[in-house]
Design a protein around this ligand. Sequence first.
Ligand code: 5GP
Length: 217
Amino acid sequence: MSSDVALWPDRRGLLFVVSAPSGTGKTTVVERLAHVVPSLAVSRSYTSRPARAGESDGVDYNFITRERFEEMIAADAFLEWADVFGNLYGTSAADAERDLAAGRDLVLVIDVEGARQVRRRCPDMVGVFVMPPSFAVLEHRLRGRSQDTEAAMQHRLRTARAEVAAVTEYDYVVVNDELEACVDRLRAIVLAERARLRSVRVITEYIVDTFLREETQ
Ligand code: 5GP
């Protein structure tokens, strides 16, 4: 049997939820994480917002209409969903279940409100909050990359303040001061969670059993 816990049979995947204020760089960090950790899937959300230049359907998001999104809400198809900056975003319950049932660890990159909903439905989830080094650094990054109006920028910054205040609801905090260092800390969290007794109970019992069998012979 493989010594890599993520590859053991009959294992249910772990559910990681990563939140961070807009502009913290969480998408890049999580994409890098999925490259360096085996057997780790990143959930593809559904959204009613239009694709931006360079984004494609089925890659960055599943882009759907608001009507279709509302139908999915009515059909209870979402593990969680939220209205973020006027657009709807959600995680398909069926998509998430497919990964977890196949033993793949799954990362959701979602906002604080969505994370609260997942925590209620899946109390075993592992919450990770990615922090910018400071408010000033976040503002600098946001202004550098954004074509937002000043009013939209102020709204993002106010939302960031409210989101950072929710950090105490998470299990881990990682500061994104430097990309590779931040990815490395996230990788350590995934590996530590994979080694927890609750994650390895089945294989542990199997190994302990081999010792007990020796004793009775
Ligand atoms: P953006 O439009 O910039 O890609 O994402 C805006 C915000 O939506 C980000 O804070 C992101 O975390 C959040 N978001 C993306 N997908 C989901 C989702 O499936 N559920 C929730 N609750 N938030 C999401």
